[in-house]
Design a binder for this molecule. Sequence first.
Ligand SMILES: [Zn+2]
Length: 489
Amino acid sequence: MSALHIYNTYTRQNERFEPLHKHHVGMYVCGPTVYGPPHLGHVRGPVVFDVLRRYLEFQGYKVRHVRNITDVGHLVGDGDEGEDKLSKQARLEQVEPMEVAQTYTVAYNEMSRQMNVLPPGIEPRASGHIIEQIEMIQSIVDAGLAYESNGSVYFDVLAYAQNHEYGKLSGRILEDLMAGAGNESRELEGQDEKRNPNDFALWKKAMPEHIMQWASPWGKGYPGWHIECSAMSRKYLGDVFDIHGGGMDLLFPHHESEIAQSSACTGHNPARYWVHHNMITINGQKMAKSLNNGIRVDELFSGNHPLLERSYSPMTLRFFILQAHYRGTLDFSNEALQASEKGLQRLTNAAEQVLKLPISENTEYIVSDIIKSCQRSMNDDINTPQVIAHLFEAARVCNSAADGKLKLDRANVDALNNLFNTWLYGILGIQAEEKHHGAALDGVMEMLLTMRAEAKAAKNYGLSDEIRNKLTALGFNIKDGKDGSSWNL
Ligand SMILES: [Zn+2]
C-alpha cells in the first residue's frame, strides 16, 4: 500500500487516510480520568496514538494532538448515577478534588514521559471548559434534542434517532437497547427524571454537599462525562476534524454519545476516522479489582508486585505493546515481557553494531527493500508487529555483515543506519539512552566515591561524611568494605 490506510471503526473499513486540510492533521484522543495512579490499562492508548502521530509527522504532516484530562463528571460505574470518581477519591484521601486531579495528572504525565510518549500539543481539562460545555448543551436543548428535568439536562435519544443514525459506531440497535433497558430496575436514583432510560446526562444537578459545582441556566451542577470531549474537541479542532482515538471500551456509551451530541449541535459526526485500540489482558484474564491483577505502571518498573517475577523497563513495555497490532488483544505475562526484552536488545545491539560494520566495494543486499517493507506495513493500518519483523530482518543482515558472511557497501551501511534511526528510534519511539545514562551514572559514582576515599585518607572526615550523607539523602546506599566502597540505588 503506497498510502496510509487506517481502520475506521465508524465505517468498519480500512480507509485511505486523507486529512481535511492539506498538510495538517487534527487528532483528539480521550485521555485519563485522573483519580488513581496509572496502571497497565492506561499505557496502551498513549503508545499507540504516539506512534500514529510520529508516523504522520514523519510523512510531513503538522499534527495538532489534543488529549483531554477528565477531572469532573465521570461517575463511578460510567453511567449517570453514583458519585463522581474524583469526588469519591478526594473523600477517601481527605483532600480537595483538584488535589486528586493534580496528583494523578502528574503521575500520568510522568508515566508518559518514561514511556517516551510525546506530550500532546493541548491537554485541556474538563473543569476548565465548563462555559464551552454549557454553551453546547444549550444549543442541543435549543435544537429540541435535550430537555431539562429537575435541574439536570438529558439528551433525548428517541428524538435524536428520528433524524439521525444512533448506535452506528458501537453497532447497537436502539430497539434492543430499549428492550434491555426495560428489564433493568427503574428504581435507580434519577432514572425517573429521564423520558427514556437510554437518555444520558449532559448536565447533572449538584447536591449542596457536592464540592465541584458551577452555575448554569439550569441551576447549580456539573457536566456529564461525554459532553466534555465534544466541547473540547470542537474548541481546539473545529466542528469536524480528522482522527478521534480511544480504547474500544469507550465505544459505548462514551463515543456513541459524543457523535450524538456533536451531530445534534453542529450537524456533523465530529471525526472522519474513528480509531480504537484493543485492551490489555493479564495472563489471559481481564484486569479487574476483584481478580486483584491490576498492575500499576510504577510497580512494573520496580518489579514490586506479586504477579511480577522481576522489574521491566519502560522501553521493554513500549516494545511489547508495539509487538501486537493495536486492534488485537495484548496478553501480558512475564514470559511475553522477557521475550520482548530479548528482542529489543537484539535490535538495539544491531543498531549499535551498524556503526562498526566493515565496508565493501560492492553489496550483496539492498537495504532499501526493508525500508519499503516497513512503509508498506505501517500504511496497512499501522501494522507495527510487521514493522518489527522487518527490523529483525535488518538485524540479521547487520549480524551477517559483521561476521563477514555478507558484503555491504557504504550506501547500504548508511541505509541500514538510517533504517534503525528512523524506524526503531523515530517512528516506534524506542529510546536508547537508558544504557548510556547508566554508564554515565556509574562513572560519576566512581568519581564521588574516590573523592570520598581521598578525603578520608587525608583525615578530612567532615567532607567524607558530607559526601556519604548527601548521597544517602538522594537514595543511594553506600557500603564500605575492605576493598573500598560500593553503592546501589
Ligand atoms: Zn472522551
